[in-house]
Design a protein around this ligand. Structure first.
Ligand code: PLP
Length: 400
C-alpha cells in the first residue's frame, strides 16, 4: 500500500463520507503551487474554490496571523472589537453599502441575507412577505435554508421536507421572474456570475430588469458575491459590471484568504430590520479573522488586483481561444472566474480532467463539461502559459 492509499483507507474509517475527493493529498502550498505528501508539485488553478485569492501561505498575511494570534483571537460578539471596524470600513469603501454583518461562511452570509429580507418586510414594512426567489443552477450553500435557495435536486436528495418559502425560476428569463413575483415575495437572491452552475453570465439588460422589477414590487434585490466577489471578476464586486445597486449582498470565500469569514452587507434603510438579538453568531467576525480580512482588502487595493484579474483573465481567454481546438466551444466569465465550455462528452471531459490532474494541474470540472478556473489573483503569466501548454497537449489527444 502506498502512503496515499493508506491515508485514503484511514479516512474511510474516520470521517463522514461527504466528499468525493480529488486523488491528491496536499502536504503544503505556496503562492499558486501545491505539493502532495510525496513531494509532487501541482499548479493550483482552483485556490481552495476561490478562497486563497492572494496565493497560498501569503507572507504578509502569515505575519498578521502571528501578531494577532498573540494579541487577541476571540472574545465573542458580546464585546466591541476594533478589528471588525477596520475591516468594515474597508469593505464599505468598495461599494454603495452602509452596514456589515460578519459570519463564518458563505451559507451563513446567505442565511443572514434571507433573515434580514424577511424581517425587513415583516417588521419595518409591516407586510406578510417572506418568499425568496432564486434562479435555476444557483448555488447558495448547504444549510437547510440555503439548500432550498439552491434548489438543485442532487443536493436536496434525502433531506425532505424542503424549507418553506423558496421559489425557483429559470435562469436569465425575465418573464418567468415576473410571473413568480407576488405579494408574498420578500426578495430575489441571485449570483451575477453563477460559479458552481458552470460560470454563467447574465446580460446587462436582464440584470437591470431584475432590479427594476424588484423596485417596482417592493421586493429586495439581493446578490450572492460569495464566489465572484472581492476583485475576482475584475471589479471589487461582480454586480459592478452592471448598472445596478443591490439592496443586500453576501461574500465569504476570499475574505480572509482561507480563514473562515463571511459577511452580509446592506443599506442603512434595510439594516433597520436587525435590532440587538435579531441575529447573532458566536465565532463570526472574531478579532483574528477580521484583522486578516482587513489586510486582504488592503493588499487587493494596494496591488490593484481587480485590474490584474481583468488583464490576466483576458490574457488567459485569448490564449485558450487561440488554440483553436474543436473541443473548446467558448470560454465564459469575467476576470479570473472562467469556465471553459467543452464540446466533448462528459466521459471525455472527465478523462481530460483526470489527465490534467495527473499532469499536475488543479482545476474543477463542473456541470459535466465545464472546466472551471479560479486561480489566485497573484498568479503569474508564465504559470498561465504553462497551463495552456498542458491543456493544449491533452485537448489534441481527445479522440475524434
Ligand atoms: C461557495 C458558495 C456558497 C457557500 O459558501 P460556504 O462557505 O461553502 O457555505 C454560497 N454561494 C456561492 C455563490 C458560493 O460559491
Amino acid at each position: 500500500m502506498t502512503r496515499f492509499e493508506a491515508l485514503k483507507a484511514k479516512e474511510e474509517q474516520l470521517l463522514c463520507r461527504t466528499y468525493g475527493r480529488y486523488p491528491v493529498s496536499v502536504a503544503r502550498a505556496k503562492g499558486s503551487k501545491i505539493w502532495d505528501i510525496d513531494g509532487k508539485e501541482y499548479l493550483d488553478l482552483l485556490t481552495g474554490i476561490a478562497v486563497t485569492s492572494l496565493g497560498h501561505c501569503n507572507e504578509e498575511l502569515a505575519d498578521v496571523i502571528c501578531e494577532q494570534a498573540k494579541k487577541l483571537i476571540h472574545v465573542s460578539n458580546l464585546f466591541y472589537q476594533e478589528e471588525q471596524l477596520e475591516l468594515a470600513e474597508r469593505l464599505l469603501k468598495t461599494c454603495h453599502m452602509d452596514k456589515v454583518f460578519f459570519c463564518n461562511s458563505g451559507a451563513e452570509a446567505n442565511e443572514a441575507a434571507i433573515k434580514i429580507a424577511r424581517r425587513y418586510q415583516q417588521r419595518v414594512k409591516n407586510t406578510k412577505r417572506y418568499e425568496i426567489i432564486t434562479m435555476s443552477h444557483a448555488f447558495h450553500g448547504r444549510t437547510l435554508a440555503t439548500l432550498s435557495a439552491t434548489g438543485q435536486e442532487k443536493y436536496l436528495d434525502g433531506f425532505a421536507p424542503r424549507t418553506d418559502g423558496f421559489v425557483q425560476v429559470s435562469w436569465h428569463d425575465i418573464n418567468a421572474l415576473e410571473d413568480a413575483v407576488t405579494e408574498k415575495t420578500a426578495a430575489v437572491l441571485m449570483e451575477i456570475i453563477q460559479g458552481e452552475g458552470g460560470v454563467n453570465c447574465l446580460s446587462p439588460e436582464y440584470v437591470e430588469k431584475v432590479q427594476e422589477l424588484c423596485h417596482k414590487n417592493g421586493v429586495l434585490f439581493m446578490v450572492d458575491e460569495v464566489q465572484a466577489g472581492l476583485c475576482r471578476s475584475g471589479k471589487w464586486w461582480s454586480f459592478q459590471h452592471y448598472n445596478v445597486k443591490p439592496d443586500v449582498m453576501t461574500n465569504a470565500k476570499a475574505l480572509a484568504n482561507g480563514l473562515p469569514l463571511g459577511c452580509m452587507m446592506t443599506t442603512d434603510e434595510i439594516s433597520q430590520a436587525f435590532v440587538p438579538g435579531s441575529h447573532a453568531t458566536t465565532f463570526g467576525g472574531g478579532a483574528l479573522v477580521t484583522k486578516v480580512g482587513a489586510k486582504v482588502l488592503e493588499i487587493m487595493e494596494r496591488d490593484h488586483l481587480a485590474e490584474r484579474a481583468e488583464a490576466l483573465g483576458a490574457y488567459l481567454a485569448d490564449k485558450i481561444m487561440a488554440l483553436d481546438s474543436p473541443w473548446v466551444k467558448e470560454i465564459r466569465g469575467f476576470g479570473l472566474i472562467r469556465g471553459i465550455q467543452l464540446t466533448c462528452t462528459e466521459e471525455s471531459a472527465k478523462e481530460l480532467w483526470n489527465k490534467l490532474i495527473a499532469d499536475g494541474i488543479i482545476l474543477n470540472l463542473t456541470q459535466g463539461t465545464v472546466l472551471r478556473l479560479l486561480p489566485a489573483l497573484t498568479i503569474g503569466t508564465s504559470e498561465l502559459d504553462y497551463f495552456v501548454d498542458i491543456l493544449s497537449k491533452h485537448l489534441k489527444a481527445i479522440e475524434k
